[in-house]
Design a protein around this ligand. Structure first.
Ligand code: SAH
Length: 257
């Protein structure tokens, strides 16, 4: 048997933020290889599938990527619908290229189902758009983290050249990030927002500046966190509830036709 492998984005955490296509694929899945950040209720959408954890969280023992690749290839010879379920979007910081290469090498059919990436969920939590007319026309998705034995990526140049930056997997490197970006000429007063657990309860966000970044990080912040930098975050960060309430009060009733 040669099955099909789907690389599915589970979204940022909340189980109802997966796409309809992603949910449909999960419902048909025979086997699911899932990441550590995937919500149990999202996994439950794969009602009849065998579920295999291949999660990676920093500081914990991670499943070797080659082992995951091999598993996907092998599973496609035993099952007709194989799902690789990844947090957020599979094509951003998800090592999808290695899985795609392994599947292509073995001539296995695959499809990619996009998901809501963490930066967009964090933007929604803050109710602050990443692009704003006259203020931000570019967004960079980046990370200061490089793998063991890999050359340091020139992430700082990209981040200092963009209007708005989202730094993934970077909470633990806050002091170094702050120093490196200032050394690259980014003003110490650059606004920074840190959002932990976007789309989930409890979501926590902190607003600070580049110079105060590492002292502002709250050790009690639970869950994955993303750093957002740029002028768009200079405005006061209000809670989503407040923003929605204000928007509803300000707007005239909408009539649906
Ligand atoms: N493919 C994923 C990113 C995987 S890397 C995506 O598109 O979102 C994992 C990193 O994503 C975490 O270290 C954190 O920086 C970020 N992240 C994932 N989920 C998050 C969430 N709910 N809130 C804040 N950051 C999150």
């Amino acid at each position: 048997m040669t099955g099909i492998v789907y690389l599915v984005g589970a979204g940022p955490g909340a189980p109802d933020l997966i796409t309809i296509r992603g949910a449909e694929v999960l419902a048909r899945a025979d086997i699911v290889f899932f990441d550590a950040l995937v919500h149990p209720q999202t996994l439950a959408l794969a009602g009849r599938a065998r579920k295999v954890s291949v999660g990676k969280r920093c500081g914990e023992i991670s499943t070797d990527q080659r082992f995951i690749n091999r598993n996907l290839v092998e599973a496609s010879t035993q099952y007709s619908v194989v799902v690789r379920l990844k947090g957020g979007d599979p094509m951003l910081f998800g090592r999808a290229q290695e899985e795609i290469a392994a599947l292509e090498q073995h001539g296995i059919r695959y499809e990619i189902v996009p998901g809501v990436t963490a930066a967009l969920a964090a933007s929604a939590e803050l109710a602050i758009p990443l692009t704003q007319r006259g203020l931000s026309r570019s967004v960079t998705f980046s990370t200061a983290r490089v793998g063991v034995g890999q050359a340091a990526a020139d992430w700082a140049r990209a981040v200092s050249a963009t209007d708005t930056a989202a730094l993934y997997m970077s909470r633990g490197d806050a002091a170094e990030i702050s120093a490196t970006l200032q050394a690259h000429g980014m003003p110490s007063s650059t606004p920074v927002a840190i959002v932990a657990n976007a789309s989930l309860q409890p979501c926590k966000h902190i607003r600070t500046t580049l110079v105060d970044l590492s002292s502002a990080i709250d050790c009690d912040m639970k869950g994955p966190a993303i750093l957002l930098l740029g002028e768009v975050f200079r405005e006061r960060v209000v809670s989503k509830g407040d923003t929605l309430r204000k928007t509803l009060e300000d707007s005239p009733p909408v009539r649906l036709v």
